[in-house]
Design a protein around this ligand. Structure first.
Ligand code: ZN
Length: 69
């Protein structure tokens, strides 16, 4: 039985750290929104706005949170 190489399980959430309060947070992701996404979302802990940068590399999402200037 051949091993399937098609494990198309794309990350739909990712963990990152809030640049304001330092809290570890889990973000819900939308892989259907494109391989590269930038949007603004509020921290659910300190309610300050992040600039969220998401990049999908294959099935793995890379997420960077930046403080909005
Ligand atoms: Zn925060």
């Amino acid at each position: 039985m051949a091993m399937s190489e098609h494990s198309d399980v794309v990350d739909t959430s990712a963990r990152a750290q809030c640049p304001y309060c330092g809290e570890d947070v889990t973000l819900e992701l939308d892989p259907g929104g494109g391989v590269s996404q930038i949007y603004v979302q509020d921290c659910e802990v300190c309610c300050r706005p992040w600039r969220v940068e998401v990049r999908f590399r294959g099935a793995t999402a890379e997420v960077v949170l930046r403080a909005e200037p």
